[in-house]
Design a binder for this molecule. Structure first.
Ligand SMILES: [Zn+2]
Length: 257
């Protein structure tokens, strides 16, 4: 049925948009309240869909083939401004095959959209119609698992209760302002990188160089990392076992790829 409808559209980008929007409308339920999503009128905002029971907004990006670590986004300054004002919708990434089979659908909850993943592209050259315009990429590969929730993985739907639990487990981060979210999200990513159930402060400090790459202007990286562990403990993402020893909570361990 979809292919008949799609045949009416000449351009590949129109077909892709119609296909991916219809797919989300028919198959994707809000991970918070299980409401179905409705399309917003075109060009009214950055939101493509809204869940009317809970008011969540979603932006959809689709791509033929898999998304890599970097996702092409729109204007650089607009993205930074919307992150700083905490006004982002959640992001949905839908990847499909040449014959329009949905291969992967990943959600990036809005609280994981942090400045550190926004990579500026080169401004457009003088010969371009929009000379000087600067776009950006989102380096989603930098995010912890918690911020890349898989709804469809290699053509298979993830069980609803698993998706919903992962979503819930990540919600606490939405209560922090942009600058704090950045540090917490990067710390979560580093802890996930250790790939251990329990870890020591020393092990986390070995990844100090990675944190420096994300925050090149901060002179107190170790201190900041230790502070984030306290936030993560207060929110139940991990537990303090004894001085310098930490353990991920069971709910945190259940969030897997
Ligand atoms: Zn909802």
């Amino acid at each position: 049925m979809i292919s008949l409808e799609l045949a009416r559209y000449r351009s590949a980008s129109q077909r892709a948009r119609v296909f991916s929007e219809s797919w989300i409308e028919a198959n994707f339920d809000c991970p918070k309240c299980f409401g179905s999503l409705e399309r917003t009128p075109n060009n009214t905002s950055a939101k493509d869909f809204v869940c009317s029971p809970c008011g969540y907004g979603f932006e959809l990006k689709s791509k033929q083939g898999l998304f890599g670590n970097q996702v092409v986004d729109g204007a650089y300054q607009t993205m930074l401004a919307s992150i700083r004002s905490d006004a982002r919708p959640h992001l949905l990434l839908l990847s499909y095959t040449t014959d329009y089979q949905v291969r992967d659908v990943t959600a990036v909850p809005r609280q994981f959209l942090i400045e550190e993943i926004v990579i500026p592209r080169k401004p457009l050259g003088q010969h371009c119609r929009r000379a000087g315009w600067q776009g950006c990429n989102l380096n989603i590969g930098m995010l912890p698992l918690d911020g890349r929730i898989k709804f469809v993985s290699n053509f298979r739907n993830a069980p609803r209760e698993i998706v919903s639990a992962a979503w819930k487990q990540a919600e606490f981060l939405d209560n922090y302002k942009a600058a704090k979210r950045s540090w917490i999200a990067v710390t979560m990513a580093l802890v996930r990188q250790l790939n251990k159930r329990s870890f020591t402060l020393g092990e986390l400090y070995e990844l100090e160089g990675e944190a420096r790459k994300a925050f090149p202007n901060n002179a107190h990286v170790k201190e900041k990392l230790r502070q984030q562990l306290q936030h993560l403990r207060d929110r139940g993402w991990l537990h303090f076992e004894s001085k310098g020893n930490y353990r991920l909570s069971d709910a945190t361990l259940r969030v897997t790829d």
